[in-house]
Design a protein around this ligand. Structure first.
Ligand code: HEC
Ligand code: HEC
Length: 274
C-alpha cells in the first residue's frame, strides 16, 4: 500500500501541472491579445469632427440607418424602398464608413441587386467627419494610417500566394473581378487606392468576407496590396491580354483559332488538288 502512494500521486500531479500550464497559456494569450488589439480595433476619433459629422449624418444617412444608428426596419422606409433599409452601423467602424462613402457606395441611390461603386457625394473632410461621428458610437476597425499602408518592404511572392488563396476565387487571378451567384459580382480591384483595398479586407462589404487581422495580419495585408499593385501595373509582353483569363484559356483560344486555320488550309488545299 505504501508503495502505491507515490504512484497514485503522480497522475494527480500531472493533471495539476497541465491545468497550471493551460491557465498560464490562456492568461498569456489573453494578455498578448489585448495588447495587440488596440492597434486596429480602437478608433482614434477627433472630437472636432464629430459635430459636423452628426449634421451630415442626420441629413444624408439617418433615413436609412436610423438616428440612433441601429438601422431601420424594411417597412419604415418609404414606398418602394423596401430593400434599401440600412443595417445597423453600430461597431462598423470608421473604416467601413470611409470605404462606403468615399467609393460612392453610400448614400445608396438606386438599390438593385447590390450597391455599386460610384462618384462620392462628399469631399474628404466630410467623409472624415461622417466616419468620426459613426465611430464615436461604438469602437470598430479604424481607417488605416500611412504606416499601415506602407507596402514597400512587403513580400510580393507571399502576397501573390495570399491573393490566390483568399481573393482570386471571386476577383479572378488578376483582380479583374467576376460574377458571383444571384446576379451579383465581385468588382475589378483598382490598385489606385491601397486604403480602399485595406478597408475592404477589414470590413468585408456586402458578400465579401471579412479578413480581420487575426486571419490576414497587417503584414499579409500589405503583401496582398503590393501584389495587386504589381499585377495591375505589369505590361503584357505577350500582346493582347485577353482579359488575363490565364495561360490555359488563352492558350486554348490560340489553339482553336490557329489549328482551325491550319485545318481550313489543309481542306482547301485538298479540295484544290482534286
Ligand atoms: C437609401 C438608403 C441608404 C442611405 C441614404 C444610406 N445607406 Fe448606408 N446602407 C444602406 C444599405 C441597404 C446597406 C447595406 C448594403 C448591403 O450590404 O447590401 C448600407 C450599408 C452601409 C454600410 C456598411 C455597413 C457594414 O456592415 O459594413 C455603411 C458603413 C453605411 N451604409 C454608411 C452610410 C452612410 C455614412 C450614409 C450617409 C452618407 C449612408 N450609409 C446612407 C442604405 C442606405
Ligand atoms: C466571396 C467573394 C469575395 C472574396 C473571397 C473576396 N472578395 Fe473582395 N469583393 C467581393 C464583392 C462582392 C465586392 C463588392 C462589394 C461592394 O460593392 O460593396 C468586393 C469588393 C472588393 C473591393 C472594393 C473594390 C471597389 O470597387 O472599390 C476590394 C478592394 C476587394 N474586394 C478586395 C479583396 C481582397 C484583397 C480579397 C482577398 C483578401 C477579396 N476582396 C476577397 C467579393 C469577394
Amino acid at each position: 500500500m505504501s508503495a502505491g502512494t507515490p504512484r497514485r500521486r503522480r497522475p494527480a500531479a500531472a493533471a495539476a501541472l497541465v491545468t497550471v500550464g493551460l491557465v498560464a497559456t490562456g492568461a498569456l494569450y489573453a494578455a498578448v491579445g489585448s495588447m495587440a488589439a488596440p492597434a486596429t480595433a480602437a478608433t482614434v476619433v477627433s472630437p472636432d469632427l464629430i459635430k459636423p459629422g452628426e449634421q451630415l449624418y442626420k441629413e444624408g444617412c439617418s433615413s436609412c440607418h436610423g438616428l440612433d444608428l441601429a438601422g431601420v426596419p424594411a417597412e419604415s422606409v418609404g414606398k418602394g424602398g423596401a430593400r434599401a433599409n440600412g443595417p445597423s452601423l453600430l461597431g462598423v467602424g470608421a473604416a467601413a464608413v470611409d470605404f462606403q462613402v468615399s467609393t460612392g457606395r453610400m448614400p445608396v441611390g438606386a438599390y438593385g441587386k447590390q450597391v455599386v461603386r460610384g462618384r462620392s457625394s462628399y469631399n474628404d473632410e466630410e467623409v472624415a467627419a461622417l466616419a468620426a461621428y459613426v465611430a464615436s458610437f461604438a469602437p470598430g476597425p479604424a481607417i488605416p494610417s500611412e504606416q499601415d499602408l506602407d507596402f514597400k518592404d512587403a513580400n510580393l511572392a507571399e502576397g501573390g500566394e495570399l491573393f490566390r488563396t483568399n481573393c482570386a476565387q471571386c476577383h479572378n487571378f488578376a483582380g479583374q473581378g467576376g460574377a458571383l451567384s444571384n446576379g451579383t459580382y465581385a468588382p475589378a480591384i483598382s490598385p489606385k487606392s491601397p486604403r480602399h483595398i485595406w478597408e475592404a479586407m477589414l470590413t468585408g462589404p456586402q458578400s465579401m468576407p471579412v479578413f480581420a487581422d487575426t486571419t490576414v495580419n497587417p503584414d499579409e495585408k500589405r503583401a496582398i496590396i503590393k501584389y495587386i499593385t504589381a499585377i495591375k501595373s505589369s505590361p503584357n509582353p505577350g500582346g493582347a491580354p485577353l482579359g488575363r483569363v490565364g495561360p490555359v484559356s488563352e492558350g486554348l483560344l490560340m489553339w482553336t483559332i490557329g489549328l482551325g486555320a491550319l485545318i481550313a488550309c489543309t481542306v482547301w488545299l485538298g479540295a484544290k488538288a482534286r
